[in-house]
Design a protein. Structure first.
Length: 87
């Protein structure tokens, strides 16, 4: 592939820049492009002590890489609604 929009490892290399931001990761369990273990690594880097309630990871069963899949749409809408409601 074309390395997407970021170089490999760029998010993890710059996780310190996101340390004070609320983050919700919504990821498809069947994503073979960006595999779920990468989402988990990012989650753990953002929340190494598992004590931050503003960092969340949702793995969506049956969903892959496309943001047009119903399970991912649902997770993304819920996440953005929560950001809106907590602003």
């Amino acid at each position: 592939l074309n390395n997407g929009f970021l170089r490999r490892g760029e998010l993890l290399d710059n996780v310190a820049k996101m340390k004070d931001l609320p983050v919700t990761i919504v990821h498809g369990r069947c994503d073979h492009v960006c595999q779920p273990h990468a989402a988990y690594k990012l989650y753990k880097a953002l929340n190494p002590k598992a004590d931050r309630t503003d960092v969340k990871l949702e793995i969506v069963s049956g969903a892959g890489h496309s943001d047009s899949e119903p399970g991912l749409i649902d997770g993304l809408v819920r996440a953005t609604d929560e950001f809106r409601d907590n602003a």
